[in-house]
Design a protein around this ligand. Structure first.
Ligand SMILES: C[S@@+](CC[C@H](N)C(=O)[O-])C[C@H]1O[C@@H](n2cnc3c(N)ncnc32)[C@H](O)[C@@H]1O
Length: 284
């Protein structure tokens, strides 16, 4: 290809939209391929061969059915742009709500606050919390059983700036990843909560996202049971547990929380009106 043959951003955007049949996806993919420059400012510029190759590769992956977020290699979560790939669950909009709930509870604490994000994956919840809580007096632990997921979380930690100094990353099964003596003010988790064999699970999710991030036994409650049951041992008195749950799990998780002695138990809905968050407190 000689320089004069190189296409413009406008023509590549149009052909990408035609191939994908989706204007928004075409714009996102083009922006990443063209070095994150706003497309409206560069529509009449020609692009390099390297950029065309990058764009072609992304379009091919998307046409093959790979989720847009993995193709882009990044996705936004609250104020952060996170790196995401097949090692981690794609952060969901409803989880932004869960993180927000944990942030609100942590902000009510006078003095220093310690927050734990169990099963951090990309780091979405814990890093958003570190990013949004005051720099002074905040400590956030991020844990995951999957070392590959923690590699992604570490890469994202590097991108949150000064708040990174407040974050500790630890590998291990749920509470096993934490020091025995640690007592948190808030424990937050979006654990796996899909029932094995759930016929309603989206085919794209099943094919592409890590199964370890999704499935939790025959009723989807195996991991929630473990986290809710173990929370009191790692919360300070009066500390809060905040868990994301499936929309049909509210009654069951509230019952588990009460049965293990947690108090002020409530199930809260997400903005779409679905039961989404268990909030419970360690007795004073
Ligand atoms: C639903 S994903 C949530 C990821 C991230 N927190 C988010 O909200 O996008 C659940 C995460 O829990 C981790 N996980 C699964 N089983 C675990 C266990 N037994 N102990 C610790 N983490 C576990 C998975 O590796 C995965 O990263």
């Amino acid at each position: 290809m000689v320089a004069g043959d190189l296409p413009t951003v406008a023509s590549l955007r149009a052909s990408t939209e035609e191939v994908l049949g989706d204007a928004a996806e075409a714009r996102w993919i083009c922006e990443v391929a063209f070095a994150h420059r706003p497309l409206t400012e560069i529509l009449h510029e020609t692009v390099t061969e390297r950029m065309v190759a990058h764009l072609d590769a992304m379009v091919a992956r998307r046409r093959f059915g790979e989720p847009l977020q993995y193709v882009l290699g990044e996705w936004s979560f609250r104020r952060l742009d996170l790196a995401v790939d097949r090692r981690v669950l794609i952060p969901r909009p409803e989880t932004e709500w869960v993180a927000g709930r944990a942030i609100d509870l942590a902000l009510e604490i006078d003095g220093d606050r310690l927050v734990v994000d169990l099963g951090t994956g990309s780091g979405a919840i814990g890093l958003a919390i570190a990013d949004e809580l005051p720099l002074d007096g905040t400590a956030v632990w991020l844990t995951d059983v999957d070392p590959e997921a923690l590699e992604v979380a570490r890469a994202n930690l590097a991108g949150i700036g000064r708040a990174a100094r407040n974050v500790t990353i630890a590998e291990g099964r749920w509470f096993d990843a934490l020091p025995e003596s640690l007592r948190a003010d808030v424990i937050v988790s979006n654990p796996p909560y899909v029932a094995v064999g759930d016929a309603q699970l989206d085919a794209e999710v099943l094919e592409w996202e890590p199964s370890r991030a999704l499935f939790a036994g025959p009723d989807g409650l195996d991991d929630l049971r473990e986290i809710i049951s173990g929370a009191s041992s790692h919360l300070r008195r009066g500390g809060w547990l905040v868990c994301e749950i499936g929309s049909d799990q509210g009654v069951a998780v509230a019952e588990i929380a009460r049965s293990v002695g947690l108090v002020e138990v409530s199930v809260e809905a997400d903005p779409a009106g679905h039961d989404r968050i268990l909030v419970a407190r360690c007795a004073q």
